[in-house]
Unconditional design. Structure first.
Length: 153
């Protein structure tokens, strides 16, 4: 993410905090900056490693709580893959993910057909859908190549 976009996102986060009456602490800002800079669907541990070089006194639970806060207020998104740790995404626009079942890599994927899926009415179940993301799971190119190399030996 370029510096201008990063500054805009941080400004938007500050505004959201003001609107919600939330504190916009230095720790929260550094953690948000780390997610925006990593830009690779980092785990909480990845973010902690990046943040701890800038803020050596930051505690791992603080990073975890802050990531959840940032996702809750819409500054970042959270992507989950069953059986694996949560990943955090700097992109908040509608997009989808390709998830490798071998290496757990997340790749952004855009598709107008998926974007236009009709969301079923779940109001009779007492559930209000506020967002949706599609995950297509399979095997990435690198893992397929490694498997082919292993088969040929």
């Amino acid at each position: 993410m370029d510096d201008s976009s990063k500054r805009d996102r941080i400004q938007r986060y500050r505004q959201v905090c003001r609107e919600l009456g939330e504190r916009c602490t230095a720790q929260r800002l550094v953690i948000l900056e780390a997610v925006l800079e990593l830009d690779n669907h980092p785990t909480a541990d990845d973010v902690f490693s990046a943040v701890s070089t800038r803020l050596p006194t930051v505690a791992k639970p603080t990073v975890y709580r802050t990531l959840e806060h940032l996702a809750r207020v819409g500054a970042i998104t959270k992507a989950c893959h069953p059986g694996n740790v949560a990943r955090y995404d700097s992109r908040v626009d509608l997009h989808h993910h390709l998830v490798c079942l071998h290496c757990n890599q997340f790749v952004d994927f855009e598709n107008e057909t998926l974007d236009g899926l009709a969301i079923p009415d779940t109001s009779d179940m007492g559930f209000e859908v506020t967002d949706f993301r599609v995950q297509l799971r399979g095997i990435c190119r690198s893992c397929q190549a490694r498997a082919r190399e292993g088969d040929s030996k």
